[in-house]
Design a protein around this ligand. Sequence first.
Ligand SMILES: Nc1ncnc2c1ncn2[C@@H]1O[C@H](COP(=O)(O)OP(=O)(O)OP(=O)(O)O)[C@@H](O)[C@H]1O
Ligand SMILES: [Mg+2]
Length: 298
Amino acid sequence: MSSLDRVGKSLTEIEEKDWIVLHALERLIFSYEVIPPARIIRVSGLDRAEVEFRLNRLNGMKLIVGKGKGYSLVSAGLDAIALNAFVKRNLASALGKAIGMGKESDVIEVINDLGEEYAIKFYRIGRISFRAVRRKRGYTSTLAGHRWLITNMKAAKKEYDALRRLHPIGISVPEAIARERHAVLMRKVEAPMLSDIEVLDSPKEVLYDILDNIKRAYMVEGIVNSDLSEYNVLYDGERVWIIDWPQYVEKDHPNVSVLLDRDIFNILKFFKKKFKVDCKLESASFYVRGWSEKLEIF
Ligand SMILES: Nc1ncnc2c1ncn2[C@@H]1O[C@H](COP(=O)(O)OP(=O)(O)OP(=O)(O)O)[C@@H](O)[C@H]1O
Ligand SMILES: [Mg+2]
């Protein structure tokens, strides 16, 4: 059972007072890496015995870690809070299958009461370095915990903001419906990653479609993805979908020009190598910036 499945299951077991204590921990992550029980008692408004009982339960469900002197919220605890919030907003009622379990995120299918399918992206930035640090140094104190949860909440917020700006102006990105904590709920796209596609009927058109989306994101909204590659473009046989925007930069960013060219370069390199489609960086770069109307693809 994946960690998200476990969290989904624990939603049915978490009682009202467990939630009160879990939410108290959540409020305190901005001030502590390890939260003293006295603070949890204060913020929750419950008495000591009750809080201790609840902390034990939450510990057993692996939503928090700690003992006696201090407790910390862990990723699964934040997952539970986010999922529960989506459920309360009637945006999700059951977890579906995992779509993408990657380095920096877990993407999972969810179904709402109407049987409609969506995707939720849970941010996991720090997961790898956290493990690496533990392996290398045998301790986790400095990199562990709340700082990463906060980083992940910021990343989700940033991606959500980008999708909410780009979708209404017709850029081909998944429509974001809601954000809770470190999780973004969006429309599910049925399409493989470009990197997994072996044959394209008209690769030139697909390349044009990608460059045209990059251009409009840049010219109309002033946004550059800055992590673009064949791994962040999906293609459903009719149109492309550009995903994964938490690291986007705005037009006034000091490195915007370099990042825009790097995005374009990555895509051109992929099309040249895999589909033998040639387009000069200068031509694509001028086109994306609106300096030239013409895009020469061979
Ligand atoms: N809206 C969506 N609908 C369907 N699948 C999606 C959606 N968003 C993301 N995915 C799938 O999840 C995968 C990971 O998403 P994304 O690229 O946004 O995250 P990531 O942070 O790059 O994760 P990773 O570390 O695995 O690369 C994508 O390759 C895609 O297969
Ligand atoms: Mg990605």
